[in-house]
Design a protein around this ligand. Structure first.
Ligand code: ATP
Length: 743
């Protein structure tokens, strides 16, 4: 039931649907000028002369700017901006060609049509009057009647006008179908004049082909242009999308029933109907499957390939190591002599690791902080080098590689750099190193292996030549990789690859409460706090915790000599809520890098990026060679470009690439994996309840070198320590490694 409840402003009114206020205000007028436009077309501020109101109105909207002089019909709502006062916040903008002579002249004079400036606009309108636009569109040859227009100019004007009207036509068509202007611009950029035809014929193509449009938006468009909810294209696209989503949730594959249920939920259709589609797609070989103990597991193609390759390569490398003469009888003597020369008495497990690295093609070395992994790696390095082997060191992130280089005193690079990344997509990266052009190494040692997902591991192992030894080092109790699979855990679970687990902690109380507490947390015991290096500050309420975090970063830690932007990392279990990553970033940006005259900035959809900001790259960009989780600082913003300084190099982001960057004063614990910071600050509030898990807290705490400061409630701390339910990620890697029959 719709009920008009009040009418406060000319041309607008609130509409109430069952008590929920929705907005259906309309405003019409002529665009006076464009005050601000985000370079990627995602945000616009302009001034409008309304047809019905006196004065000029400020309008904001998440769409590309209309043209000056154009008549527009806006829907949206009136808001009171704290700084700019009353504004109309438009959700849609329909552009109507100007109809009066004055309007036409202003429109042409605005520079919208290449080749026409104010003087030419005046001449054209004087000559053709109200028919000017019609002449440009239908009889452009007549433009030559106007003084100063030759045949070249005629062609330039005709072409530019056609482009404008095509875009307008697409915009209009899509807006009529409820698609916002920003998407329309993207569709037009991809398909040009074919846009409408493609949208009408197969809107699900957009999800695969148009940057920034996923299944959900494509589906909205399809519904709007009249596709049936049960249309075969919709069902097929829905199954594929649900399958991709499972990869994003960390699975490599999912049981067919789960895929059916997820697709049915996504499409709001009956599960039985979807089950038929899934079976049919399996029968036609359109889905990759494995049958395991009566269960059909469905894979996205790229993960099926990756998982199989990881298992095949590991088993092959395990058995194909370049032999060392008499190693079985010699290994203990070699370990003894390294201990003596290094002046260390190794623990039994450490000795086992050194011997295993000599004897096996693949070795996994796992252990928590302070259990002697680095010491063991140094021993492995020395022993294998004695054999004349060429050793290469790598890690999944820049930070982890840097640390590996520091602790071993040798060169270490990111896996991406080792593989010579150069383009490709997230799920299908292009690496110069691979099976045909393998790494030049006899041994590769990888640190922080828990962060490697199935795709990266598969690319890496393919680039390892037969005969090369691989040592995978990591802490299996950390959170798994952000991407699909829990590769390290599954390799260990398979029991098919030699594993050495270090459990003795060599650090003493007093030396490091951080390390000792990390182990307490990992065992399910509450941490001991009260020392300077491990603090828990009890605070009630998320707002109070957020404010306390800002105060810490802005004042307290600075007074102690820390550089808040570089030494301190705020980690949060969640994205939303007052203590979530997004809000903390807003608060910390305002406190640590406030707006200052002369400091350039860009207004994105959800964030402002300002010179001086600490930012993070949020997806792998193989072309730019900057990767998910890399942290940098904005050096400059100019002419629509953003220059970011990363530890390894400076990278320029063009228009359309800003959404690869996010503020990084605060980040999720997942994103912090593989990095270490002098100080880690983390809120633990009841609002984060579902995310409060032991391995999350463990991962956060082990990121800190000098100090951990937790803020929140005891109950939340308790929940985090006690909750060790980790969701199993579907994958058959362990089974493949064990050689189990998959049917
Ligand atoms: N067998 C040992 N006996 C005595 N001390 C040891 C032994 N192995 C390592 N240590 C010492 O324990 C500390 C931690 O060792 P190491 O740095 O190798 O561990 P780690 O697992 O790499 O730790 P982290 O993950 O915290 O960097 C170091 O001070 C190291 O010298």
């Amino acid at each position: 039931m719709l009920l008009r409840i009040k009418k406060q402003e000319p041309m607008f009114g609130y509409i109430c649907v069952l008590g929920v206020r929705i907005v259906e205000n309309k405003l019409e007028g002529i665009v006076e000028n464009i005050t601000f436009q985000a370079v990627d077309g995602s945000f616009t501020v302009f001034r409008l002369k309304p047809g019905s109101e006196s004065g000029i109105v400020a309008v904001t909207g998440n769409f590309p700017p209309p043209l000056v002089g154009e008549q527009v019909t806006l829907t949206g709502e009136w808001v009171e901006h704290t700084r700019y006062g009353r504004q109309f916040k438009a959700v849609s903008c329909r552009r109507i060609a100007p109809t009066s002579e004055k309007g036409i002249e202003r429109f042409l004079a605005s520079g919208a049509i290449k080749g026409i400036g104010p003087a030419m606009a005046d001449r054209l309108v004087k000559h053709f009057g109200l028919r000017t636009l019609e002449i440009i569109e239908l009889s452009p040859h007549r433009l030559a009647e106007v003084e100063g227009i030759g045949s070249k100019k005629v062609e330039q004007i005709r072409k530019s006008f056609a482009e404008q009207s095509e875009l307008k036509e697409v915009m209009l068509y899509l807006e009529m179908h409820g698609v916002s202007g920003a998407y329309a611009a993207r569709i037009f950029a991809c398909y040009g004049s074919d846009s409408v035809a493609i949208v009408e014929a197969d809107p699900y193509r957009l999800a695969e082909e148009v940057k920034g449009i996923g299944f959900r938006i494509a589906d909205q468009i399809a519904m709007a242009v009249g596709f049936d909810r049960g249309h075969p294209s919709r069902l097929a696209a829905g199954v594929q999308f649900a399958l991709l989503m499972t990869g994003q949730a960390g699975h490599c594959c999912v049981p067919a029933e789960m895929l059916t249920a997820e697709t049915a939920k996504l499409l709001h259709l009956d599960a039985a109907e979807i089950a038929n589609v899934v079976s049919e797609q399996i029968r036609l070989g359109k889905l990759y499957t494995e049958d395991f103990h009566g269960m059909t597991l469905v894979y996205p193609r790229y993960l099926y390939r990756a998982e199989k390759q990881v298992a095949e390569r590991l088993l092959r490398l395990k058995d194909k190591a370049k032999p060392i003469d008499d190693i079985d009888s010699q290994s203990q003597t070699l370990v003894d002599s390294w201990e003596a020369s290094a002046g260390v008495t190794l623990a039994v497990a450490q000795r086992d690791a050194l011997a295993a690295a000599l004897c096996h093609g693949v070795l996994v070395l796992t252990g928590g902080p302070g259990t002697g992994k680095t010491t063991t790696v140094k021993g492995i390095l020395a022993l294998l080098e004695q054999q004349g082997f060429k050793i290469v060191l790598g890690a999944p992130t820049g930070r982890a590689a840097k640390r590996l280089a520091e602790t071993t005193g040798r060169e270490a690079a990111t896996i991406h750099r080792l593989l010579e990344a150069g383009g490709g997509l997230e799920e299908d990266p292009l690496f110069a190193r691979g099976e045909d052009n393998p790494l030049d190494a006899d041994v590769v040692i990888v640190d922080e292996t828990s962060m490697m997902d199935m795709v990266l591991m598969s690319c890496f192992l393919q680039a390892v030549p037969d005969g090369c030894r691989v040592v995978l080092v990591g802490d299996v109790d950390q959170l798994p990789a952000v991407g699909p699979g829990s590769v390290l855990k599954d390799i260990i679970r398979s029991a098919a690859i030699p594993v050495v687990r270090l459990i003795e902690v060599f650090r003493q109380a007093g030396e490091s409460m951080i390390v000792l507490n990390a182990h307490r947390i990992n065992r399910g015991h509450l941490p001991e706090y009260g020392s300077l290096d491990f603090q828990f500050r009890e605070l009630d309420g998320s707002e109070a915790a957020a404010q306390a975090i800002v105060e810490l970063c802005q004042n307290e830690l600075v007074q102690e000599g820390f550089d808040s932007r570089r030494d301190v990392q705020v980690l949060s279990p969640m994205h939303r809520q007052p203590c979530g990553v997004e809000n903390l970033n807003r608060l910390l940006q305002a406190a640590l890098n406030p707006p200052v005259d002369g400091k350039d900035y860009l207004q994105g959809v959800n964030q402002v990026l300002r010179e001086g900001d600490k930012v993070m790259q949020i997806r792998n960009n193989y072309t730019k060679r900057v990767f998910n989780g890399d942290i940098g600082y904005i050096l400059a913003i100019a002419e629509g470009k953003v220059l970011v300084r990363y530890p390894e190099e400076d990278i320029v982001y063009d228009k359309g690439e800003y959404d690869e960057l996010t503020l990084a004063y605060a980040m999720s614990v997942h994103k912090s994996q593989g990095s270490e910071y002098p100080v880690v600050v983390m809120p633990l509030t009841p609002g984060h309840h579902i995310m409060l898990q032991r391995n999350l807290l463990y991962t956060a705490v082990t990121r800190a070198k000098e100090r951990v400061i937790l803020l929140g409630t005891r109950a939340a701390l308790n929940t985090a320590v006690m909750s060790d339910r980790t969701r199993r990620r579907y994958s058959l890697l362990a089974e493949r490694l064990r050689g189990e029959s998959l049917c």
